[in-house]
Design a protein around this ligand. Sequence first.
Ligand code: GLY
Length: 575
Amino acid sequence: MQKIIIPRFSKVFKPKTLIVFAFILNYSCVSGQLGQNNSGEYKNGAVVSAHPEATAVGVEILKKGGNAVDAAVAVQFALAVVYPNAGNIGGGGFLVYRSAKGEINSLDFREKGPGLATKDMFLDEQGNAITNKSLYGHLASGVPGSVSGMVEAHKKYGKLKWADLVEPAYKLAANGFKITAKQAGELNRMKSKFQQFNPLGTALIKDRGDWATGDLLIQKELANTLKLIKEKGNAGFYEGAVADSIVAEMKRGGGIISKADLKNYKAVWRTPIVGNYRGYKVITMPPTSSGGIALLQLLQAVEPYPLSRWGLNADSTIQLMVEAERRVYADRAKHLGDPDFWAVPQKQLLENSYNKNRMSNFTWDKATPSSAIAAGNVGAKESEQTTHFSIVDREGNAVSLTTTINAAYGSLVVVKGAGFLLNNEMDDFSVKPGTPNLFGLVGGEANAVAPNKRMLSSMTPTILEKDGQLFMVVGTPGGSTIITSVFQTILNVIDFGKSMQAAVDAKKFHHQWLPDRVDVEEGALDSATQQKLEAKGYTIFKRGSIGRVDAILRTKWGSYQTGADPRGDDAAGGW
Ligand code: GLY
C-alpha cells in the first residue's frame, strides 16, 4: 500500500474545527501540496488501483484535464501492462458511472461464450465435468470484451483524445516498468505453468534466472498490440493482425474463438440497479453480474438491525450478516444468469418485503444449515483474481470499474505475436448445471454454457450518494467474495463510522451458502466471538486474505479520502 492512513475526520474533530480544517485543506490543494505529500485525501480528484504505475497514469490524465472516464480508460490499459495478474485487454469487466450532476449508467463488457461453445463442452463421455478444461488453456477463454468496453466508455463520455489515453500503457509496455517484490515472486512461481502453456515463449518468463524486485519487465509484443489499439480503436484488436494472432493461437491450442466472434463482440450499456440503505442511494451493476442484486439484497436484509450498536465483527453482527449471505447466495445460484438468455427475477429479488421475509426463519439460537435454505444444488465457482479501481475527477464525476481475466493470469495462454493473456472466464459458467465442480461448488441452469452468452459474474462496482451528492466509490476483486467484501466495506463506513482506509483495512469474513462455512481472515474474530459462533453451530474456516478493496469517500467538506488495500501493492493518488 502506498499511502498514509488518516482517521475519519468527522469522528475526531468538532464541527468548528472542521470548518477551519476544510479551509486549510482547500488552500493546500490549490497550492498542490496534498497530492505531493500523498496524504490519502485529495481536493481535485483521486485514483485508487491495484498498482502504483496504473494509479500514476490515472492521476496524470486527471491533471491534464481528463475526466473520470478518460482516466478509467487509461488505467484499464495501464493495468493490462503493469498488472498482468488481472489487468487485461484479453478479459472483460463492468463499469458503473455517476456524473457530477447525478446521471448514472453502467457498462457491461463481460466476455461471451464463443459461437462454437456448447452446453456440454466441458464434460467427458460419461457426462462428468472436466474442470481443468474450463480453467486452463485455449478452450477456457471467452471472447474478450475489455477493448470494446473502453472504446464504448470513451465514445460516450470521454473528453481527451483516445490515442492519448492508450499512449501511457503503450510506453509502459515498450519501455518496461519495474516489477514489485510481490510480482517478482508471483512470476517466478508461475514460470513452469507459463512454459507449459506458451511453448513459443512469453515476455512473462525471464530470459535467464529468476525475476527480482525492481527488474524491468518489457513487453514488446503487447506494446505493438497497444499501438494498434491506439491507432485503430476496436479494429486494432478485433480485426487485422491482433485478431489473426488470436485465431492462430486458438488453432495452435485447440481453442474455438473465431474471427466472427471477435468482430461481433460489443459492450452493452445497461441501466444500473439503484437501491437505498439507511438514507444512502446505492448505484450498482445489474446482470450479467450477480453483484448488484446480491449487494442490495444483503443491505435490505440487515437494515432493520442495530449493527452500529453491536459493533464491527461482534458475534451478533457476524451471525446476522452470515445468515443474510447464506440466503442471498442461494438465490444467486438459482436465479441469476445472462439476462439476454435467462429471465432474471430482478424486481422480486429486490423487493424489501421479499428480503425481510427471507430472514424470517433465521434464529439467534443456532446456525441455519444451508441445506434448509434452498432445495437443489445451484451456484457458480469463481476464482479470486480480478482487479478493481475507483476514480473521481475534478468535477466530481465518478467511475467504479472491476475487470478480470478470472483466475490469476487467466487461461495462462499469452497470445503469440500479440503479447497478452487470455481469460479463463468459461469457468464462470456452470460447466455442468446441478453438479459440484472440482472445488465443491455447484451451478444452475441459469448459468449453463451457451454460444454468445455472458457467464455470470460477482463483480460489484458500486457508487453511493447521499443527499444528491457523491458519497463513495467502491469495489474489489475476490470471485464470490467480491459481493460480501463490498457489503462489509459499505457497512464499515456507514454503520461503524470508519474512515475509507480503515474500512478497507478491516478484517473480513465471508459466507456463500455452499460450502456451509464462514471463511474468516486471520484476526477477524477474537477467540470469544469465535467460541460463541461455534457453539451455535457455525463452522469457522480460517483462510488468507479476502478481497482487495480500492475505494474513495467524499468527505463532508468535499475532498476525496482514499482507501487502497494493504493486502496488495494497491496505491492511491490524486491532486
Ligand atoms: N471471474 C470472477 C467474476 O466475474 O466474478
